[in-house]
Design a protein around this ligand. Structure first.
Ligand code: SAH
Length: 225
């Protein structure tokens, strides 16, 4: 869909996006850099044309294959949780993302990280994310079609790990792949009801903090073609 068509349904209107930003502010997101990403990343490009008119609502939307593009508030919350201690202007060196989906969270996070390594287990979504990020000119991302339970060992350690699918417990291999001082942000729990938690590594110690109750798709094993 070209920008001229989208203008007709308000997609390119600054007001539509500003309303979303104001809503996230009201819900407690205060990080100006992250709010700016929510304002500028064109979320309508990540969803089907039929859903484009709802792209700037604060809701998860279907992206096919039983998966969803994450709710903007949750994307913002997870991004802030990951980068909150970062001095302004600095970037995390390496971040592992599990569950690329259509690549929206990846795009929001990209300017805060030198390089993102992102894995997705469903092949058509992996391809779609590749295409979406290419269109936006985002180049500091390596995508891989693989199972995130095992992280991305050859690129470890990571200063951050962000997980968009919920395992019942944090996979130990992911904690192993955290750098000293690094942090994982991950929903943990059974289907439909989980807690978003962050775990920060301090040497051999892992400091765990609960952020909010959330509802994510489950983290599944293996890959799909
Ligand atoms: N943040 C994404 C939303 C992703 S939904 C976005 O902005 O679009 C969660 C994704 O995690 C789904 O695409 C699902 O296929 C993927 N996923 C689930 N288990 C996985 C695993 N073990 N490895 C990699 N990806 C996984």
């Amino acid at each position: 869909m070209i920008e001229r068509d989208l203008a007709g349904i308000g997609m390119t209107s600054a007001r539509t996006r500003e309303r979303l930003v104001e809503r996230l502010r009201a819900e407690g997101i205060t990080h100006e850099g992250v709010l700016e990403r929510i304002r500028t990343v064109p979320r309508h490009m990540f969803v089907d044309e039929a859903l484009a008119s709802r792209a700037y609502e604060d809701t998860a939307l279907p992206i096919g294959y039983g998966q969803t593009i994450s709710q903007p508030y949750i994307v913002a919350l997870m991004t802030v949780a990951l980068i909150t201690d970062l001095p302004p202007g600095n970037r995390l060196q390496k971040v592992l993302e599990i569950g690329t989906g259509c690549g929206y969270q990846t795009a929001v996070l990209a300017p805060f990280v030198q390089h993102i390594y992102s894995v997705e287990r469903i092949h058509p979504l992996f391809r779609r994310a590749q295409e979406n990020l290419r269109k936006l000119g985002i180049t500091n991302v390596s995508l891989r079609h693989s199972d995130g339970w095992h992280g991305w060992r050859s690129q470890a350690p990571f200063q951050g790990i962000l997980c968009a699918a919920a395992p019942p417990e944090i996979p130990p291999e992911l904690l192993d792949q955290l750098a000293d001082g690094g942090r994982i942000v991950i929903p943990v729990g059974g289907r439909g009801r989980q807690h978003l938690i962050s775990v920060t590594r301090d040497g051999d110690e892992f400091r765990r903090k609960t952020i909010a109750p959330v509802s994510f798709v489950p983290m599944l094993e293996g890959t799909e073609t």
